[in-house]
Design a protein around this ligand. Structure first.
Ligand code: GRF
Length: 265
Protein backbone atom coordinates (compact mmCIF):
# COMPACT_ATOMS: atom_id res chain seq x y z
CA UNK A 1 0.00 0.00 0.00
CA UNK A 2 1.26 3.48 -0.87
CA UNK A 3 2.83 5.55 1.91
CA UNK A 4 0.63 8.36 3.20
CA UNK A 5 2.05 11.87 2.96
CA UNK A 6 0.71 15.32 3.88
CA UNK A 7 1.96 18.31 1.90
CA UNK A 8 2.15 21.93 3.08
CA UNK A 9 1.82 24.70 0.48
CA UNK A 10 1.32 28.45 0.26
CA UNK A 11 1.61 29.33 -3.42
CA UNK A 12 1.40 27.98 -6.94
CA UNK A 13 1.99 24.36 -5.95
CA UNK A 14 4.25 23.25 -8.78
CA UNK A 15 6.14 21.02 -6.34
CA UNK A 16 2.89 19.59 -5.01
CA UNK A 17 1.99 18.72 -8.60
CA UNK A 18 5.45 17.22 -9.16
CA UNK A 19 4.94 14.96 -6.13
CA UNK A 20 1.51 13.98 -7.38
CA UNK A 21 2.81 13.35 -10.91
CA UNK A 22 5.65 11.19 -9.56
CA UNK A 23 3.12 9.14 -7.60
CA UNK A 24 0.82 8.81 -10.63
CA UNK A 25 3.62 7.62 -12.91
CA UNK A 26 4.77 5.13 -10.28
CA UNK A 27 8.09 6.84 -9.50
CA UNK A 28 7.03 7.59 -5.91
CA UNK A 29 5.18 5.06 -3.81
CA UNK A 30 3.05 7.66 -2.03
CA UNK A 31 -0.49 8.92 -1.69
CA UNK A 32 -1.09 12.58 -0.87
CA UNK A 33 -3.73 12.29 1.84
CA UNK A 34 -3.81 15.96 2.85
CA UNK A 35 -2.75 19.32 1.46
CA UNK A 36 -2.61 22.11 4.04
CA UNK A 37 -1.96 25.80 3.69
CA UNK A 38 -1.81 29.00 5.71
CA UNK A 39 -3.65 30.99 3.02
CA UNK A 40 -5.96 30.51 0.05
CA UNK A 41 -3.72 29.75 -2.94
CA UNK A 42 -3.56 28.07 -6.33
CA UNK A 43 -2.00 24.95 -4.80
CA UNK A 44 -4.95 24.48 -2.46
CA UNK A 45 -7.43 25.04 -5.33
CA UNK A 46 -5.62 22.43 -7.40
CA UNK A 47 -5.77 19.91 -4.55
CA UNK A 48 -9.52 20.48 -4.21
CA UNK A 49 -9.92 19.85 -7.97
CA UNK A 50 -7.99 16.60 -7.60
CA UNK A 51 -10.29 15.50 -4.78
CA UNK A 52 -7.47 15.55 -2.23
CA UNK A 53 -8.47 16.47 1.33
CA UNK A 54 -7.42 20.04 2.11
CA UNK A 55 -6.95 22.09 5.25
CA UNK A 56 -6.60 25.85 5.61
CA UNK A 57 -5.18 27.06 8.93
CA UNK A 58 -4.85 30.83 8.52
CA UNK A 59 -1.60 32.37 9.73
CA UNK A 60 -1.96 34.20 13.05
CA UNK A 61 -1.11 37.91 12.82
CA UNK A 62 2.50 38.87 13.47
CA UNK A 63 3.08 39.33 17.21
CA UNK A 64 -0.02 37.39 18.27
CA UNK A 65 1.74 34.71 20.32
CA UNK A 66 -1.46 33.08 21.61
CA UNK A 67 -2.86 32.95 18.07
CA UNK A 68 0.42 31.50 16.82
CA UNK A 69 0.32 28.72 19.46
CA UNK A 70 -3.30 27.97 18.55
CA UNK A 71 -2.43 27.83 14.85
CA UNK A 72 0.39 25.39 15.63
CA UNK A 73 -1.85 23.21 17.82
CA UNK A 74 -4.68 23.04 15.27
CA UNK A 75 -2.26 22.24 12.46
CA UNK A 76 -0.49 19.50 14.44
CA UNK A 77 -3.76 17.87 15.52
CA UNK A 78 -5.38 18.10 12.10
CA UNK A 79 -2.37 16.73 10.24
CA UNK A 80 -1.90 13.94 12.78
CA UNK A 81 -5.56 13.01 12.30
CA UNK A 82 -4.83 11.78 8.75
CA UNK A 83 -1.86 9.69 10.00
CA UNK A 84 0.80 10.66 7.47
CA UNK A 85 4.13 8.85 7.53
CA UNK A 86 5.83 12.01 6.33
CA UNK A 87 4.95 15.71 6.18
CA UNK A 88 6.45 17.56 3.22
CA UNK A 89 6.68 21.34 3.25
CA UNK A 90 6.68 22.21 -0.45
CA UNK A 91 6.53 25.99 -0.52
CA UNK A 92 4.74 26.32 2.84
CA UNK A 93 5.77 29.81 3.93
CA UNK A 94 5.31 29.52 7.71
CA UNK A 95 7.78 28.49 10.36
CA UNK A 96 6.29 25.43 11.98
CA UNK A 97 5.82 25.59 15.74
CA UNK A 98 6.69 23.26 18.63
CA UNK A 99 3.49 21.20 18.40
CA UNK A 100 4.17 20.31 14.75
CA UNK A 101 7.83 19.59 15.51
CA UNK A 102 6.88 17.31 18.41
CA UNK A 103 4.18 15.48 16.45
CA UNK A 104 6.40 14.87 13.41
CA UNK A 105 9.95 14.75 14.75
CA UNK A 106 12.21 13.43 11.96
CA UNK A 107 9.13 13.01 9.76
CA UNK A 108 9.00 16.59 8.53
CA UNK A 109 10.99 17.77 5.49
CA UNK A 110 11.22 21.13 3.78
CA UNK A 111 12.20 22.22 0.29
CA UNK A 112 14.38 25.32 -0.03
CA UNK A 113 15.48 27.12 -3.22
CA UNK A 114 19.17 27.59 -2.32
CA UNK A 115 22.17 25.60 -1.13
CA UNK A 116 21.70 25.84 2.62
CA UNK A 117 23.14 27.04 4.92
CA UNK A 118 23.51 29.80 2.34
CA UNK A 119 20.51 32.07 1.80
CA UNK A 120 17.94 30.86 4.34
CA UNK A 121 14.59 32.65 4.58
CA UNK A 122 11.79 33.64 2.27
CA UNK A 123 13.79 35.37 -0.49
CA UNK A 124 16.54 32.86 -1.19
CA UNK A 125 16.63 33.30 -4.96
CA UNK A 126 16.62 37.11 -4.78
CA UNK A 127 19.28 37.04 -2.06
CA UNK A 128 21.53 34.70 -4.06
CA UNK A 129 21.29 36.96 -7.11
CA UNK A 130 21.99 40.05 -5.01
CA UNK A 131 25.05 38.37 -3.51
CA UNK A 132 26.46 37.71 -6.98
CA UNK A 133 27.05 34.00 -6.41
CA UNK A 134 27.85 31.88 -9.47
CA UNK A 135 26.13 28.78 -8.13
CA UNK A 136 23.01 28.38 -6.07
CA UNK A 137 20.69 25.38 -5.91
CA UNK A 138 18.08 23.35 -4.11
CA UNK A 139 18.06 21.74 -0.67
CA UNK A 140 15.69 19.26 0.95
CA UNK A 141 16.22 19.10 4.70
CA UNK A 142 14.61 17.81 7.86
CA UNK A 143 12.84 20.55 9.76
CA UNK A 144 13.90 21.55 13.25
CA UNK A 145 13.28 24.66 15.35
CA UNK A 146 15.81 26.70 13.37
CA UNK A 147 15.05 28.71 10.25
CA UNK A 148 15.95 26.43 7.31
CA UNK A 149 18.71 24.94 9.45
CA UNK A 150 17.76 21.27 9.94
CA UNK A 151 19.84 18.29 8.78
CA UNK A 152 20.30 18.26 5.02
CA UNK A 153 18.92 15.29 3.07
CA UNK A 154 19.88 16.14 -0.53
CA UNK A 155 21.17 19.14 -2.43
CA UNK A 156 21.77 19.96 -6.04
CA UNK A 157 23.58 22.93 -7.55
CA UNK A 158 22.05 25.27 -10.13
CA UNK A 159 24.42 27.66 -11.94
CA UNK A 160 23.60 31.36 -12.00
CA UNK A 161 23.89 32.55 -15.60
CA UNK A 162 24.90 35.96 -16.92
CA UNK A 163 21.75 38.05 -17.29
CA UNK A 164 19.66 35.88 -14.97
CA UNK A 165 16.65 37.56 -13.39
CA UNK A 166 14.86 36.23 -10.34
CA UNK A 167 12.31 34.76 -12.72
CA UNK A 168 14.73 32.94 -15.06
CA UNK A 169 16.80 31.61 -12.17
CA UNK A 170 13.69 30.48 -10.33
CA UNK A 171 12.51 28.62 -13.41
CA UNK A 172 15.71 26.55 -13.52
CA UNK A 173 15.61 26.02 -9.75
CA UNK A 174 12.02 24.82 -10.01
CA UNK A 175 12.98 22.30 -12.69
CA UNK A 176 15.53 20.80 -10.30
CA UNK A 177 13.12 20.93 -7.36
CA UNK A 178 10.50 18.99 -9.29
CA UNK A 179 12.93 16.09 -9.67
CA UNK A 180 14.81 16.34 -6.36
CA UNK A 181 11.84 16.64 -3.99
CA UNK A 182 10.07 13.42 -5.11
CA UNK A 183 13.43 11.64 -4.91
CA UNK A 184 14.08 12.88 -1.35
CA UNK A 185 10.54 12.02 -0.28
CA UNK A 186 10.99 8.55 -1.78
CA UNK A 187 14.22 8.05 0.18
CA UNK A 188 12.51 9.08 3.41
CA UNK A 189 9.53 6.79 2.78
CA UNK A 190 11.84 3.90 1.91
CA UNK A 191 13.42 4.23 5.37
CA UNK A 192 16.72 4.98 3.66
CA UNK A 193 17.54 8.11 5.71
CA UNK A 194 19.22 8.14 9.10
CA UNK A 195 20.27 11.20 11.05
CA UNK A 196 23.69 10.65 12.68
CA UNK A 197 23.94 11.04 16.47
CA UNK A 198 25.57 14.43 15.85
CA UNK A 199 22.10 15.53 14.74
CA UNK A 200 23.56 17.14 11.61
CA UNK A 201 24.51 14.53 9.05
CA UNK A 202 21.91 12.52 7.16
CA UNK A 203 23.06 9.16 5.87
CA UNK A 204 21.46 7.69 2.78
CA UNK A 205 21.27 3.91 2.67
CA UNK A 206 21.70 3.39 -1.07
CA UNK A 207 21.15 -0.37 -0.89
CA UNK A 208 17.86 0.03 0.91
CA UNK A 209 16.79 2.74 -1.52
CA UNK A 210 17.63 0.51 -4.48
CA UNK A 211 15.67 -2.39 -2.96
CA UNK A 212 12.53 -0.50 -2.13
CA UNK A 213 12.18 2.51 -4.40
CA UNK A 214 10.52 2.32 -7.80
CA UNK A 215 12.99 2.70 -10.68
CA UNK A 216 12.19 5.94 -12.53
CA UNK A 217 11.28 5.72 -16.21
CA UNK A 218 13.05 8.48 -18.15
CA UNK A 219 12.94 9.35 -21.83
CA UNK A 220 15.52 11.49 -23.64
CA UNK A 221 13.99 12.97 -26.80
CA UNK A 222 16.48 13.68 -29.58
CA UNK A 223 14.99 14.57 -32.96
CA UNK A 224 15.78 16.59 -36.05
CA UNK A 225 12.21 16.67 -37.39
CA UNK A 226 9.94 17.98 -34.62
CA UNK A 227 6.72 16.97 -36.38
CA UNK A 228 4.34 15.41 -33.87
CA UNK A 229 6.81 15.87 -31.02
CA UNK A 230 4.27 17.52 -28.70
CA UNK A 231 1.84 14.61 -28.99
CA UNK A 232 4.67 12.10 -28.69
CA UNK A 233 6.04 13.79 -25.53
CA UNK A 234 2.54 14.02 -24.03
CA UNK A 235 2.01 10.33 -24.75
CA UNK A 236 5.25 9.39 -23.01
CA UNK A 237 4.22 11.42 -19.95
CA UNK A 238 0.85 9.66 -19.92
CA UNK A 239 2.70 6.33 -19.96
CA UNK A 240 4.63 7.36 -16.88
CA UNK A 241 7.88 8.61 -18.39
CA UNK A 242 9.78 11.61 -17.08
CA UNK A 243 11.17 13.65 -20.01
CA UNK A 244 14.87 14.47 -19.92
CA UNK A 245 16.47 17.38 -21.73
CA UNK A 246 20.00 18.66 -22.27
CA UNK A 247 18.81 22.25 -22.46
CA UNK A 248 15.78 24.18 -21.22
CA UNK A 249 13.62 23.25 -18.21
CA UNK A 250 10.63 23.43 -20.55
CA UNK A 251 11.12 21.15 -23.52
CA UNK A 252 10.19 21.51 -27.18
CA UNK A 253 6.82 19.97 -26.47
CA UNK A 254 6.03 22.54 -23.80
CA UNK A 255 6.13 19.98 -20.99
CA UNK A 256 8.27 20.20 -17.87
CA UNK A 257 11.47 18.24 -18.35
CA UNK A 258 14.60 17.38 -16.38
CA UNK A 259 18.04 18.56 -17.38
CA UNK A 260 20.32 15.72 -18.34
CA UNK A 261 23.04 15.26 -15.74
CA UNK A 262 24.49 12.81 -13.28
CA UNK A 263 21.69 11.46 -11.12
CA UNK A 264 21.67 12.42 -7.46
CA UNK A 265 21.79 9.54 -4.96
C1 GRF B 1 9.77 26.52 -4.05
O1 GRF B 1 10.75 27.14 -4.83
C2 GRF B 1 10.31 26.14 -2.69
O2 GRF B 1 11.68 25.86 -2.72
C3 GRF B 1 10.05 27.38 -1.88
O3 GRF B 1 8.80 27.84 -2.34
C4 GRF B 1 8.66 27.49 -3.72
C5 GRF B 1 7.29 26.88 -3.90
O4 GRF B 1 6.99 26.76 -5.26
N1 GRF B 1 10.07 27.09 -0.47
P1 GRF B 1 5.68 25.98 -5.70
O5 GRF B 1 4.51 26.59 -4.94
O6 GRF B 1 5.87 24.54 -5.38
O7 GRF B 1 5.55 26.23 -7.18
Amino acid sequence: MAHRIAVGVSGTGSNLRALHAAAVRGALDAEIVLVFSDRPCAALDWAVEQGIETLLVPAAPHGDDAGRAEEDRILAESVAAVSPELVVLAGYMRIVGPAMLAAFARRLVNLHPALLPGFPGAHAVRDALAAGVKVTGVTVHFVDASLDGGPIVVQEAVPVLVGDTEETLFERIHAVEHRLLPRAVGLALAGALTIDPDGRTVRIDAARAAETMPVPKRALLSVSDKTGLTEFGAGLVRLGFELVSTVAPRGPCGRPVCRLQTSPP
